[in-house]
Design a protein around this ligand. Structure first.
Ligand code: NAD
Length: 481
């Protein structure tokens, strides 16, 4: 596999924290590494407890004013913010590629998706519901904001995964303290810089920092809700910490999505779609396909077609225009995926494409397709979150369904067939938050997304996702005393 070198690029990296409407620094800093080179290319302030306290104080002070603005006014500001994101798209995309690694075209897509989904969320009405209205009494269900939301995001899609919860919290009248992953702080700090132009002081606060900062947020008595996106392990810690103050939580966690491919598909036709849904962002997507179960009748030809896709894919620095797959985002994850690759080789599974890791300073792993692998291997059981995907054979659909469901994860899954109704019947029995037929990995502002089992609690997007930032209140009026 030939890896393109990373082109030298000039980019602004001097970002600040955003605390109570003011650009702020901190005594500590974070190094930011370009995963295509393994080199530090920027530093940014890293918030400690003092900065967190100031951000929470600012948010609490701003809350009554923000709560009392109308939905229309808040929607208006959020849409303008989305427009600004689009105007800054080129700078933001380069920054995203530099710190995250994904190809520039996918970085641009992420920004467009963030702006579009934010806009869509602000068009969902939240209305009181009349439960009963007669001569004796009127009972109404109303919704009111929780207060201050702490939003904690991972490194695989820092802009899009910030935009959804940020918009949901703000539109419903909450103030926010937003914390990105320590691996990808810059784009989120830039979001803060843009947000400063659109929201009153204290409404949006952005703090870069390590895992400790996330823990302090989950314990902070001034924060009422945590919108967390990240690993299952950290998600459990978030929930345990939140229990001390009974903070509300939305947990968007990891997945081990299965795609079940039935015996009536055209393997060549679906291979590019399956490949993209497995390997986009080098497999570092919560809802990427992580296991492919193929019927024995199509198994060999699907394996060959997927291996062909893998061999064609261009791997390299995301700044090169023809790159399709960038590096793994950070060294820890790179080493984890290498460990899974070594384990896969030890099990005697067949590597159909990829598998040989180049010696470079960047964290590159070629797209790797694995056949005939033991169901109990790490690659099948764990969330690999990298560019290595197993293809497993089945004879009986019930058996495929049982194996697809035999996991503690339950984020999403898909069934592929030339008969959509037949596939939908099987898809309806997947133990997941989203089951797709003949596609995989699609979200929108109006469709709830989230995990079953250990893949999470609650949903993002849609009215359901918005109401996760609101408390229900019943107002019951007796008309005669
Ligand atoms: P991670 O759990 O290590 O970190 C996520 C964020 O949580 C970071 O900001 C981190 O600093 C913070 N954090 C870590 N420990 C914490 C704690 N105890 N309390 C509070 N905050 C803490 O995850 P990651 O490695 O950054 O991201 C990859 C994981 O995220 C994968 O499992 C992936 O599937 C998952 N993910 C899920 C979704 C989804 O929508 N379901 C989307 C993207 C990524």
């Amino acid at each position: 596999m030939a890896v393109h070198p990373a082109p030298v690029t000039e980019i602004r990296t001097d970002f600040s924290l955003l605390i109570d409407g003011t650009a702020a620094s901190a005594p500590s800093t974070l190094d930011v590494i370009n995963p295509a080179t393994g080199q530090v290319f920027a530093r940014c302030p890293a918030a400690g407890r003092d900065e967190l306290d100031r951000a929470v104080d600012g948010a609490r002070r701003a809350f009554p004013m923000w709560r009392d603005t109308s939905y229309d006014e808040r929607a208006h500001r959020i849409r303008d913010f989305g427009q600004s994101l689009k105007q800054h798209s080129e700078d933001l995309a380069r920054l995203l590629t530099m710190e995250q690694g994904k190809p520039l075209s996918q970085a641009r897509d992420e920004i467009t998706r963030a702006a579009t989904q934010s806009d869509g969320l602000t068009r969902i009405p939240i209305l009181p519901q009349v439960i009963e209205d007669n001569e004796q009494r009127r009972i109404e269900l109303q919704w009111f904001p929780l207060g201050v939301a702490g939003i904690i995001t991972p490194w695989n899609a820092p802009i899009n995964l910030a935009a959804g919860p940020l918009t949901s919290a703000l539109y419903t009248g909450n103030c926010v303290v937003l914390k990105p992953s320590p691996y990808t702080p810059l784009c989120t700090l830039k979001l803060g810089e843009i947000a400063r132009e659109h929201f009153p002081p204290g409404v949006v606060n952005v703090l870069a920092g390590g895992d400790d900062l996330g823990r302090w947020m989950t314990e902070h008595p001034g924060i009422d809700k945590i919108g967390f996106t990240g690993s299952v392990e950290a998600g459990k810690q978030v929930m345990a910490a939140a229990a001390k103050t009974l903070k509300r939580v939305t947990l968007e966690l990891g997945g081990n999505d299965a795609a079940i491919v039935l015996d009536d598909v055209d393997p060549k036709a679906i291979a590019p779609k399956l490949f993209f849904a497995s390997f986009v962002n080098s497999g570092q997507v919560c809802m990427a396909i992580k296991r492919i179960y193929a019927h024995e009748r199509v198994y060999d030809s699907l394996c060959s077609a997927l291996a062909e896709e893998a061999r064609k894919a261009k791997v390299g620095s995301g700044l090169e225009p023809d790159t399709q797959l960038g590096p793994i985002q950070n060294r820890e994850q790179y080493e984890r995926v290498l460990g899974i690759l070594e384990d896969t080789k030890r099990t005697g599974a067949r590597i159909l494409a990829g598998g040989d890791v180049p010696q470079t300073d960047g964290y590159f792993i070629p797209p790797t397709i694995v056949a005939d692998i033991d169901e109990h291997s790490r690659l099948v059981r764990e969330e690999q979150f990298g560019p290595i995907v197993p293809v497993l054979k089945f004879t009986d659909e019930e058996d495929a369904l049982r194996r697809a469901n035999d996991t503690r994860y339950g984020l999403s899954g898909s069934v592929w067939s030339s008969n959509p109704e037949r596939a939908a019947a099987l898809a309806s029995r997947l133990e997941v938050g989203t089951a797709w037929v003949n596609h995989h990995r699609a979200t929108s502002a109006t469709v709830p997304f989230g995990g079953a089992k250990e893949s999470g609690i609650g949903r993002v997007y849609s009215e359901m996702g918005l109401k996760a930032y609101l408390e229900p209140r019943v107002v019951s009026v007796l008309k005669s005393s």
